[in-house]
Design a protein. Sequence first.
Length: 261
Amino acid sequence: MRSAPPPPPPGGAPAGKEPAPRSVAGRVLSVLDAFAGERRRLTLTDISRRTGMPLATTHRLVGELLSWGALERHRNGRYEIGLHLWAVAAMAPRWLELRDVAMPFLLGLYRKTGRQQVRLAVLDGMETVLVERIGTPDTGGAGEPVGGRRPAHTTGDGLVLLAYAGSTVRERYLVHHAPATGLRRVLAEVEGAGFAVNGRCPGPGGTVSAAAPVRDATGEVVAAVSVVPGTSEAGRSALAPVVMATGRTISRALSRRQNGV
């Protein structure tokens, strides 16, 4: 449901200094990008602070985004991503195809593993983006929503994606995450084994999981499938073969779809 424009900000005083120059499109995109963090509902002041734009400018842009349906106003007065924007984004062909192909096999993995949380993720820059999640997380740090982002080295699926991303991407990531102790060694182990089993994720806030790659018709790793089973290392290791088998099955199905078979 689209909302009425927000009330004007009191006094219109800026909450931050606006970088200049920026196009109108750039300002609109920065408002939407403000919602990319862990907080899904923001006040007008929050958005102004995160974008670095004056409160009056933020108020005007938020009003336009509300009218179009890119944002909605929650009953508590905060703003959140709107259903119209979600519907448009959900039609992104690359990820829509991946999700549609993978879904039956994700459901099968969910049943085979006793209804443990199952995830499908892709790499975007230096973060993983959660494309699909089935099941309720039992493990702290594993409960981000679909579309949620995390630093790649803090998840099993992220380790898989980094391990197969190519040397240029890996080195760039390592430069920016030098404090992630042992990351280079872990990525080499993952690439050699063909899967990741962690609790050994470097860095704070990492999830525990068993993860394996998903490849497209060219053989490139485009996603990772994982199971988040809890805290038992033995349990994660036992899941590795079934997770790897699911990754291979999704890969074959994706290849057939892309080749028109």
